[in-house]
Design a protein around this ligand. Sequence first.
Ligand SMILES: Nc1ncnc2c1ncn2[C@@H]1O[C@H](COP(=O)(O)OP(=O)(O)OP(=O)(O)O)[C@@H](O)[C@H]1O
Length: 581
Amino acid sequence: MVRSIQRLLNWTGTRRKRIYIGFVYSFFHTLFTALPVIIAAYSLKLILEDMNGKESLATSSIVYIAISMVIAVAGRFMFGYLRASTQESVGYEVTAEQRIHIGGLLKRVSLGFFHRKKAGDITSAVTTDLSFIEMHGMKMIDVIVNGYISVFTLVLCLAFYHYAVALVAIAGIAFSALFLKLLRSKSEENAPIHQQVKDRMISATIEYIRGMPEVKAYHQQGVTKDSIHKAYEMSKEINIKIEKNYMPYNSLHLLSLHAASTGIVAVSAWLAMNEIIPLSTMIMMVIFSFVIFNQVEAMNNASHVLKVIDATLDKLEEMNETEFLDKHSKEIHLEKFDIQFTNVSFGYEGRQVIRDVSFTVPEHTTTAIVGPSGSGKTTLCKLIARFYDVDQGQIEIGGVNIREVTSESLLKNMSIVFQKVYLFHDTILNNIRFGKPDATLEEVVEVSKKARCHEFIMALPDGYDTMVGEGGSTLSGGEKQRLSIARAMLKDAPIIILDEATASIDPENEHEIQAAISALVAGKTIIIIAHRLATIQHADQIIVLDNGGIAQRGAHEDLIKGDGIYKNFLQIRKRAEGWSL
Ligand SMILES: Nc1ncnc2c1ncn2[C@@H]1O[C@H](COP(=O)(O)OP(=O)(O)OP(=O)(O)O)[C@@H](O)[C@H]1O
């Protein structure tokens, strides 16, 4: 428990000081909570003495008592307020920072990270896991640390009147701590299982939603439903099992505290009967016995919650320790944009996909990459953008090894248009602005006109302010592609990486897209995964990839002279395009 609290305190970073100040407020809050009971007991003593004719109650005593009562109540509220306002917002502040921090981390890791980690794990870390700490982290500090401060203060008050009563309270706390320890060791076993089950549930739900079009198309509701039902069912069973595991220790923890409360009443009554303490003190002790363990009682839940927080902190730490691609890179301002591959090899998790590839893309020229499906065209482009690091060899841009450049300063120089366009659940305007967040509306309209999307945007209900469904679900494939071209155009980067669309786009749409691409690429260094004959023929250089290696390289005129993959490929393309027209 101490270690978990220590971890939570570390998690709060520079705000830890506020938590410590909160502990001091908590001590005074408890003291001022006990004070009215002590004052009431003292008043009772004076009243009894007055009634017994021992000493008459002076008016000044009544005034002092009334003033002390007001001060005690006001002090209690003041310190309660100060503690809450100092400690409680810390969780929300740190969580917000962590979410932004993780967002930043995700931008800097290799794309391989997202294949190794399931989307559900990452989603739950940023949403539910952090929300759990946000909701419960500071409460745990309050329940546990402030709870023990409160008990310690009240035990001190009891000890001030008689040590025996304080000893009974301490015995109760000791037994409760023992059972809490046992409860905690059970939590230790269960927390990782709880976490795994939750991640599995989130992953199954995401997969179910993402795969909905395929599920409907193949009438396979049963398959995905089965896995989601299994995940939910498992979550229910594990949670019930966990609850059953906790029950005996939980009951023993509560029993020891209630027994100690009864013990305080019994011991104080015995002391009063033997005239060791006055009746008023006994009444005060009885009142204390009702409240002394209130906060310690809530610690049964704290054990489990702390363990879940521990598992969450482990997960966040693991994410924080992820190797960034650009950990040892620097901000470098690239001046030239020729691209040089030297003996580059790369594989996904041990499976080699790019084999000893060397070529140069001179600045302001177009290089078309062609080759059969799976030959490594997309991978080659991803390596230029440093979505992954090469395993062997090097890639230089303007003479600088891209390993030395941070992702941010490298990608500043590139506009990438993927075949599969992702649009954010935001307005059309903001989706295009993604290429240049500070662009004015006029700039956005200008590039939209060049990218041939202005007309269809204006035909939408709210024009540029129309919301796009998540992933761009409300727009057609061709419209999405043109929007992404407008986005890239607005970025106006010197290097363009383009994956030419192969999807069945109608001729009119294709013409529009080609016009948009021509406007985008003017004067840039272009690497294009080419499928159309026109694009291939007009490229300055064609790289023919086969099974991850360069099979042929040169201009169209040179390559058609000899036999080889390119010639065959061209014939197939000619037939396909002639057929499609
Ligand atoms: N993230 C990944 N993890 C593991 N293997 C991958 C990954 N991405 C691609 N591959 C594999 O690498 C090989 C090259 O894929 P790549 O996408 O680069 O080919 P491509 O030539 O662009 O294919 P296509 O024309 O069909 O898009 C393929 O065998 C593919 O299965």
